[in-house]
Design a protein around this ligand. Structure first.
Ligand SMILES: Nc1ncnc2c1ncn2[C@@H]1O[C@H](COP(=O)(O)OP(=O)(O)OP(=O)(O)O)[C@@H](O)[C@H]1O
Ligand SMILES: [Mg+2]
Length: 394
């Protein structure tokens, strides 16, 4: 057991999602903006508030982690230590859940139940005060929390220094794929003014090439992959500008190649890895959808194009066109809305409620885990198989 040496992979850890490279290529701009925004904290302990937004796999989480680690190292070198707490709001998606995670940073055994959010907040405040060092809280995927209208927590965290009368500050980094201004209360909105935002654009093909190349050099055995492999990974992932997809391809191709007698990665392995990654993206969930939901989701995927999110009204318009194309009667608005909510529960899509400039609130839809083009193609293939048998259940 464990006696067979790897022939391609030198260090599997460096291909994991949690791994944050020492240097994030092509994110120097974002790192220096963060440095600029956090200067008041590093120099005089004053709290800072920044919002990071951008598409899937554009390095938001990795950059925030790298930045916090580098900043903590810098501050402790200058005798002004800081503490950082990282919470992923997808895992802890209620206000109480997030506060619990914050308290457990100080008190690992704090009980899951038995305390109200207010009591928990008081306990957290006491920890911050007695710690006496500035704390940076990173709320990753914060839109998931805000969707449940937990704006109060953000508000309380931004007003922390008033509560503790300046004795200990709490800085905040909020991370979201979507712009969240419309989801915050007015006071927090002014705290996270547009001036405090750092945006992450999709990576270009060239950038993905250098990200994949740097990771291969760190994680793989030299001479066991050709430049063509890296070129192909960059080609394939550039469709989405997503570094996670590039690294996933690199990892899976390497794992496939471990099984070859010749022990090196070739472009065929990358193609095989790509096919596998795409087929696990909710394939079984899609097959399980009935005809009406498939049509609704196809309409959403088609109208999404390169947008981060689309309004439910826009999706419904495309839905009517899609139904016509497949010879089906479109269902009424309330029914369409039920389909959307159903698919939200299954994580096939996400809905967010946003305030509109003209007043009022509307629902927007996003596709967090799958590129819209891929999803549309999959649904079209499934529907083509099914179009003849149109007697699917409602
Ligand atoms: N500039 C980069 N250099 C090296 N690796 C990177 C870079 N950007 C992203 N990565 C890697 O790509 C993967 C995805 O990045 P990350 O998790 O930071 O994306 P994200 O923007 O947070 O995506 P999501 O919105 O889905 O959470 C991670 O494994 C990360 O280490
Ligand atoms: Mg992330």
């Amino acid at each position: 057991m464990f006696d067979k040496a790897s022939v391609v992979i030198r260090d599997m850890d460096k291909l994991s999602f949690d791994y944050v490279p020492e240097k994030l290529v092509h994110r120097e701009g974002q790192m220096s903006r963060l440095e600029m925004y956090f200067r008041p904290l590093a120099e005089s302990g004053r709290p800072c508030y920044v919002l990071l937004t951008g598409n899937v796999g554009t390095g938001k989480t990795a950059t925030a982690k790298r930045f916090c680690e580098d900043m903590a190292r810098h501050c402790s070198r200058y005798g002004r230590p800081i503490d950082t707490i990282f919470v992923n709001c997808r895992n802890r998606n209620t206000e109480a859940g997030v506060i619990l995670e914050l308290i457990r940073h100080f008190d690992r055994g704090f009980p899951e139940r038995g305390f109200s959010p207010d009591e928990m907040m008081r306990s957290f405040t006491a920890h911050i005060e007695s710690g006496g060092v500035p704390v940076v809280i990173v709320l990753d995927e914060v839109d998931v929390l805000l969707k449940k209208s937990s704006v109060d927590l953000i508000y309380q965290l931004t007003r922390f220094s008033e509560v503790t009368r300046g004795r200990a500050g709490v800085s905040l980094i909020l991370i979201s794929q979507h712009l969240i201004y419309g989801m915050l209360d007015e006071a927090s909105m002014s705290t996270f003014g547009r001036g405090n935002a750092v945006t992450f654009d999709k990576y270009t093909r060239g950038e993905l090439y250098s990200i994949a190349k740097a990771r291969a050099e760190e994680a793989l055995i030299g001479g066991r992959y050709s430049d063509d492999v890296i070129e192909l990974i960059a080609d394939v992932s550039s469709e989405f500008g997503d570094a996670r997809f590039a690294i996933e391809l690199l990892r899976d191709s390497a794992v496939i190649a471990e099984g070859h007698p010749e022990g090196s990665i070739d472009t065929e392995d990358v193609r095989e890895a790509k096919a596998n990654i795409n087929s696990v993206v909710t394939e079984s969930k899609l097959t399980g959808l009935d005809m009406n939901r498939k049509l609704a989701l196809l309409a959403i995927a088609r109208s999404m194009k390169s947008n981060l999110y689309i309004s439910i009204t826009a999706a419904e318009k495309t839905y009517a066109v899609v139904c016509e194309e497949y010879g089906q009667e479109p269902r009424k608005h309330t029914q369409f809305w039920t389909y959307v909510q159903d698919m939200d529960r299954q994580n096939l899509l996400e809905t967010v409620v946003r305030s509109e400039k003209e007043g009022g609130r509307s629902t927007y839809i996003s596709l967090p885990d799958i590129p819209s083009k891929v999803l549309a193609k999959k649904l079209e293939a499934l529907l083509e198989g099914k179009a003849a048998a149109s007697s699917d259940e409602v």
